[in-house]
Ligand binder design. Structure first.
Ligand code: A2P
Length: 290
C-alpha cells in the first residue's frame, strides 16, 4: 500500500512531484541508487522527500539507514567517495515507498546538495537498517510518549503510522519542540492525517495527544518540553496525574543536549533506559543532521 503522508497542509509548503531535472547520478555508475519520487519544502530550513523502496530493504518502523549522494571526483585519482549520513526512515515499515525528513544546512557536506534533489534524481541508500527506537526495545505499558526536537520527529512519523504503536498502548502522546511554529509543519501534517489514514485511522481512535511546543516564538505551549515536564505544566495540560515506570514508556529523538536532558527528566520519574536486547521503559536515538 502506498500512502502520500507528507502531503502539505501548510500554505507555505511546496511539493515538487513532476520529474523536471536531469538525474544527479545514473544507476550504472552508482551502487545502491534509488529514485526520488516527490519533494516537499516545508520551510527554508526543512524539507522531506520520498523515494522508491529497494526490493531488498526490510526494516522495523523507527529504524534508520545511511543515505547520501556521490562525492566530487578526486582531481588526482578521479575516484569519488559518496557523502553518506544516517537518516531515520520517516515512512512506516509497510509503505512501498520510503520517506525522509531533513534539515538544510548551507555548508553541510550532504544537505547543502540533498536539499536540491528533484523527482527523478537518484540518491544512494544502503539497505542496512538499524536503530533503537523500535517496539522491541520497550516493555508493554499504558502510555507511550514520543519526545522529539527539530528533525528528530522523523522516526516518529514512521512509528505513528505503524499499527503496533496503536495496538500496544492506550494513549500515545507526541511532543515536538521546535524554535518556531513554522518548524512544526511536517509533524503537524503527519499527525493531522492519522485519523483519516485507511490503515490505522480506526486504531488511533481517541488515543492520540499532540503536544507541540516552541521556544523562540510564543504558541499554545511555549517553552522546552523538558522544562514543561519538570514544572508539571505538560502533565497538567494533558490531564496526566504522574509519569511512572508502571504506566509510561517513551522514545526520544533530538539533539544530543536534548537527549541528555530529557533522559534525566524521565529517570527522575523512575523510568530506565532499554535496548533491543534488554527492553525497559524508554529508548533514545540521536537526530541526524548535517
Ligand atoms: P531552544 O530554542 O531553547 O534552544 P535546534 O533548532 O537548535 O536543533 O533546536 C530545536 C529545538 O530543541 C529548539 O526549540 C530548542 O530550544 C530545543 N532544545 C535544544 N536543546 C534542548 C534541550 N537540552 N532541552 C530541551 N529542548 C532543547
Amino acid at each position: 500500500m502506498n500512502q502520500i503522508a507528507a502531503t502539505p497542509n501548510a500554505a507555505t509548503a511546496e511539493t515538487v512531484a513532476a520529474p523536471v531535472a536531469a538525474p544527479v547520478a545514473t544507476p550504472a555508475t552508482i551502487p545502491d541508487a534509488t529514485e526520488v519520487t516527490a519533494v516537499t519544502h516545508w520551510t527554508d530550513r526543512l524539507f522531506s522527500f520520498r523515494c522508491k523502496r529497494p526490493a531488498a530493504l526490510r526494516f522495523r518502523s523507527g529504524e534508520f539507514v545511511m543515505i547520501g549522494l556521490p562525492g566530487d571526483p578526486d582531481p588526482v585519482t578521479d575516484r569519488s567517495k559518496p557523502v553518506m549520513r544516517a537518516y531515520s526512515i520517516a515512512s512506516p515499515a509497510w509503505d512501498d515507498e520510503l520517506e525522509f525528513y531533513s534539515i538544510k544546512v548551507a555548508d553541510g557536506p550532504l544537505t547543502s546538495r540533498l536539499q536540491h534533489v528533484r523527482p527523478g534524481d537518484l540518491i544512494i541508500l544502503r539497505p542496512k537498517p538499524v536503530g533503537t527506537l523500535v517496539h522491541d526495545a520497550i516493555l508493554p505499558g499504558k502510555r507511550l510518549w514520543l519526545f522529539a526536537t527539530g528533525t528528530g520527529f522523523a522516526p516518529f512519523a514512521s512509528l505513528l503510522r505503524e499499527p503496533e504503536t496503536w495496538e500496544r498502548f492506550d494513549r500515545v502522546i507526541v511532543t515536538h519542540t521546535c524554535r518556531e511554529v513554522a518548524d512544526l509543519a511536517y509533524g503537524r501534517a503527519i499527525v493531522a492525517a492519522l485519523p483519516d489514514d485507511p490503515l490505522i485511522g480506526e486504531l488511533v481512535g481517541n488515543k492520540l495527544s499532540y503536544y507541540p511546543t516552541t521556544t523562540r516564538q510564543d504558541s499554545v505551549h511555549t517553552g522546552r518540553i523538558t522544562d514543561l515536564l519538570r514544572a508539571g505544566t505538560a502533565q497538567r495540560d494533558l490531564g496526566i496525574d504522574a509519569i511512572s515506570a508502571a504506566t509510561d514508556r517513551a522514545m526520544i529523538c533530538g539533539s544530543l543536549d536534548f537527549n541528555i536532558d530529557i533522559k534525566a527528566v524521565l529517570e527522575g520519574f523512575g523510568l530506565g533506559e532499554g535496548a533491543n536486547s534488554d527492553p525497559r521503559h524508554y529508548v533514545v536515538e540521536k537526530a541526524f543532521v548535517g
